[in-house]
Design a protein around this ligand. Structure first.
Ligand SMILES: CC(C)(COP(=O)(O)OP(=O)(O)OC[C@H]1O[C@@H](n2cnc3c(N)ncnc32)[C@H](O)[C@@H]1OP(=O)(O)O)[C@@H](O)C(=O)NCCC(=O)NCCS
Length: 444
């Protein structure tokens, strides 16, 4: 049936946006995200909009753990009771009176959040969605103790996260909500920081993402430019140089570094003041805030002739196993400009190649490999994103891959199985029937 372009024109923007978000939707299913936000989100009425976005993520199959703060509510309680939180060496001292305020405030915020998340109601975009929130004694804490001669009393730090209990709740589709409080095996309650609970939880759950919603738009450099991406060494250098970081970047950046160092693939710092910022950060290539990763994207680069030996060492064992098609040194030397490599500390730990089929506007992703001892840390995914970008920059709207054993990995990243007949003509002629590879295609 011919497409009625007149009819579809007004919706082109929506359709292309929705298509561009599709790979993320695919990728995020069953991924664990920890989303942390201050008590201001609730006291200033922004949580309703966030609740809709969280419900949406939940309905897309994202496993969500929320960590809320309660600073403004605690301060309000303290003023009402004419109590104060004393600071010693930049750290809070939570005495008995202050702890009462912390308990009241955290309890109130939690109940309000639970209520708002239950609001899968008529006038919400997620009408009819049935979402359950689980909170409980998931965080074990220990006292900060005496620092520089001052007893910090009920101020604590995370000792352990009950991942088994949290996962059980996530497995049945519930959203887990954590407060900045922890309990000790001796029955005491400790006042914790939002960023400590969030980072410790993301690390313990081996979360795919940790998101902090913050006052500013992200992390800015000394010239005031928003940094879209930074690596942990870059973030550490900024912290060490004490550049004019915003107050909340000063809290969240060390937590982001800690999380990345311990295996959380990505940490996002995003403004809480922009409606939909969370979705924009997660579902668009360019994002809206700052993203911190352990692995410098700069270590991904196009290959040069000097890399040939090290690429052969990487792919040799996979060729011997029949996972990759065999390539001679001569062929690799001839085709080296088609390759990209992932370099870590001087070693080549990953590679991939793009073979162009310009007539069909498509490219083949081939020789895609990560060294076995570096697998399962998100590097394959980063390399894939890099190759997708490289394909797009070269004008290819589609990628295909032939694989015998890695089908699921590609399907989980937005590729769909297709028949040999959907390959470019030239490739069909070369298709090796004996290998019986499967064909997977992704529209970028
Ligand atoms: C496929 C490959 C590149 C992934 O690299 P990686 O750095 O481990 O990738 P990531 O860390 O981003 O992803 C790891 C996830 O993929 C899963 N995975 C790994 N190999 C898989 C496979 N063959 N099928 C399905 N899932 C797979 C892991 O279990 C892990 O899942 P988890 O996060 O739920 O634990 C790597 O396994 C590899 O080099 N394989 C051999 C070469 C190959 O098959 N290439 C494709 C043909 S061109």
């Amino acid at each position: 049936m011919p497409v009625n372009t007149q009819h579809s024109l007004p919706n082109t923007h929506f359709v292309s946006w929705f298509r561009s978000a599709a790979p993320y939707i695919h990728t995020f299913r069953n991924k664990t995200f920890v989303v942390a936000f201050g008590g201001e989100m609730v006291s200033e009425g922004q949580f309703i909009a966030l609740a809709h976005d969280l419900n949406l993520l939940n309905s897309l199959g994202v496993r969500l753990v929320l960590v809320h703060g309660a600073r403004p509510q605690i301060e309000e309680e303290l003023t009402e009771r004419q109590a104060t939180i004393r600071y010693a060496d930049g750290m809070r001292v939570t005495d008995d009176d202050a702890l009462k305020c912390v308990k009241e405030a955290a309890g109130t915020v939690r109940v309000e959040i639970e209520a708002l998340l239950s609001m899968g109601l008529a006038n919400s975009p997620m009408a009819g969605a049935d979402i359950r929130v689980a909170s409980g004694n998931f965080v074990t804490a220990k006292p900060m103790g005496v620092r520089n001669g001052i007893d910090l009393m009920h101020t604590g730090e995370v000792r352990k996260i009950d991942t088994v209990a949290i996962r059980r709740r996530l497995d049945v589709g519930e959203i887990v909500l954590l407060s900045p409080l922890g309990y000790s095996p001796t029955g005491e309650i400790f006042n914790l920081t939002l960023e400590d609970v969030a980072a410790a939880t993301a690390i313990a759950l081996d979360a795919d993402k940790l998101v902090f919603l913050m006052e500013s738009a992200g992390v800015h450099d000394a010239q005031g430019e928003l940094l879209r991406e930074l690596t942990t060494p870059e973030a550490e250098a900024m912290l060490a140089n004490d550049q004019n970081l915003s107050e909340d970047a000063g809290y969240f950046l060390p937590a982001a570094v800690r999380a990345c160092r311990h295996g959380v693939a990505r940490v996002h710092l995003v403004s809480r003041h922009i409606d939909g910022a969370l979705l924009q950060e997660l579902f668009t290539r360019e994002g809206i805030g700052s993203m911190i990763t352990e692995l410098a994207l700069e270590t991904l680069r196009e290959a040069t002739i000097d890399d040939v030996g090290r690429i052969l060492a990487l792919i040799g064992p996979l060729e011997a196993d029949g996972i990759l098609v065999r390539r001679s040194r001569e062929l690799l030397e001839m085709e080296i400009e088609r390759f990209s490599v992932l370099e870590y500390d001087g070693a080549i730990i990953g590679c991939a190649a793009l073979y162009p089929f310009p007539d069909e506007g498509t490219a083949e992703l081939a020789c895609f490999a990560i060294r076995p001892d570096y697998r399962n840390a998100g590097r394959g995914e980063i390399l894939l994103e890099y190759m997708q970008d490289r394909a797009l920059k070269n004008g290819f709207g589609r990628l295909f891959v032939l694989t015998t054993r890695t089908a699921h990995w590609f399907v989980e990243r937005g590729f769909a199985e297709a028949g040999v007949e959907s390959l470019p003509q030239a490739k069909q002629g070369l298709y090796n029937l004996q290998r019986r590879s499967k064909v997977f295609i992704k529209t970028l």
